[in-house]
Design a protein around this ligand. Structure first.
Ligand SMILES: Nc1ncnc2c1ncn2[C@@H]1O[C@H](COP(=O)(O)OP(=O)(O)OP(=O)(O)O)[C@@H](O)[C@H]1O
Ligand SMILES: [Mg+2]
Length: 323
């Protein structure tokens, strides 16, 4: 039996500004199981990062607010916790790796100091022992000459090395959940692959659950067990990677898949999806993809479609699947 680690249910996170309400996350549900990787994909601005930030309750205040839903970590309701309790969760039980390693590292402290700091949160050990632990952690993420690197400042490391350091810091707390938000976008392709392989290895050792945010289907195919496709604040399709790649059910997923080159085939031209996603502060009544959908029907404009179960664990929100 798969063991649920993180459950997100009907999550809503809105921005409130003078012009109105922007529904960045608008009813998102998914479960992360121990040892698995769930890919969260979708176009820029669809709400992927806001979903991640909502889980650890770091949405930009006061503009954004989690207005509804549940986030449960091994059954514990995270939205009901005090800020102090949440600080025990962040970095320890749920760690994050973000797109820009530079932003996650403090430029005025050495790599060693920052790693020691991360370990010191959990261990009241003498500093010398923590320093040894820090060197081990750097070796673990395959930073060459780890012991010497501890004395470097972030700007002395390449992008790929910096991201490994961020990875080592994230893993210092032995998290149950790792959220990686486009962690390799700033890296070149070979370095990307190395970093992803490393993440997979570390995951196999610790059995942590991973939420992997990306807009790269190639990465999803390589790294993820299941995938959730997000469009305009909602998940429109979810399922095992193989099932979704073989038989994408939602017209948006189909269009996305058609617009990325297949992993095993060289493609010269990419099919593109016409039009733009709707503005999140002026969403249509019915299906949000309807204005761009080649199969649009009347009912699509009238009501948002239900999530229709297709096969084991595979479901999509489209009226056509309702029959
Ligand atoms: N500080 C902010 N103030 C107002 N709106 C914001 C703010 N941050 C994000 N948004 C809006 O919330 C929506 C969701 O943003 P989010 O960052 O989650 O998108 P994303 O899917 O992560 O995109 P990307 O792939 O570009 O990282 C977007 O429409 C964005 O414009
Ligand atoms: Mg983002």
């Amino acid at each position: 039996m798969a063991e649920a680690v993180l459950e997100v249910e009907d999550l809503h996170t809105y921005f409130f500004n003078r012009r109105g309400v922007l529904k960045a996350v608008d009813g998102v549900s998914f479960t992360l199981y121990r040892g698995e990787t769930l890919g969260l994909v979708g176009e820029s601005g669809c709400g992927k990062s806001m979903t991640a930030l909502s889980i650890v309750r770091l949405v930009p205040r006061p503009a954004a607010r989690i207005v509804r839903g549940q986030v449960r970590l091994r059954g514990e309701d995270l939205l009901a916790k005090s800020e102090r309790e949440m600080r025990q969760v962040r970095g320890r039980r749920i760690a994050m790796i973000l797109q820009d390693p530079q932003a996650s590292l403090n430029p005025v402290f050495t790599i060693g100091n920052q790693l020691v700091e991360a370990f010191a949160v959990q261990r009241r050990w003498p500093r010398r022992r923590l320093w040894t632990l820090a060197a081990e952690a750097l070796r673990h993420v395959k930073v060459p000459e780890a012991a010497r690197r501890l004395y470097d400042f972030p700007h002395q490391l390449s992008g790929g090395m910096k991201q490994r350091v961020v990875g080592a810091i994230a893993l210092a707390g032995a998290p149950e959940v790792l959220i990686a938000d486009e962690p390799t976008t700033a890296l070149d392709v070979t370095i990307q692959l190395q970093f992803l392989r490393l993440l997979k290895e570390l995951q196999a050792e610790t059995q942590m659950a991973m939420l992997f945010i990306t807009h790269d289907f190639g990465i999803v195919a390589r790294l993820c067990d299941r995938v959730a496709v997000m469009y305009a604040g909602r998940i429109v399709e979810q399922g095992p990677v193989r099932a979704v790649f073989r038989q994408p059910a939602h017209p948006y997923t189909q269009a996305l898949m058609a617009s990325v080159p297949r992993l095993d085939v060289k493609v010269d031209t990419l099919a593109t999806i016409e039009g733009q996603p709707p503005a999140l502060d002026a969403l249509p009544e019915g299906c949000r993809f309807a204005p761009r959908c080649p199969y649009v029907e009347r009912r699509c404009q009238q009501a948002y479609p239900p999530m229709v179960p297709l096969q084991a664990d595979h479901a999509a929100a489209c009226w056509r699947l309702e029959g």
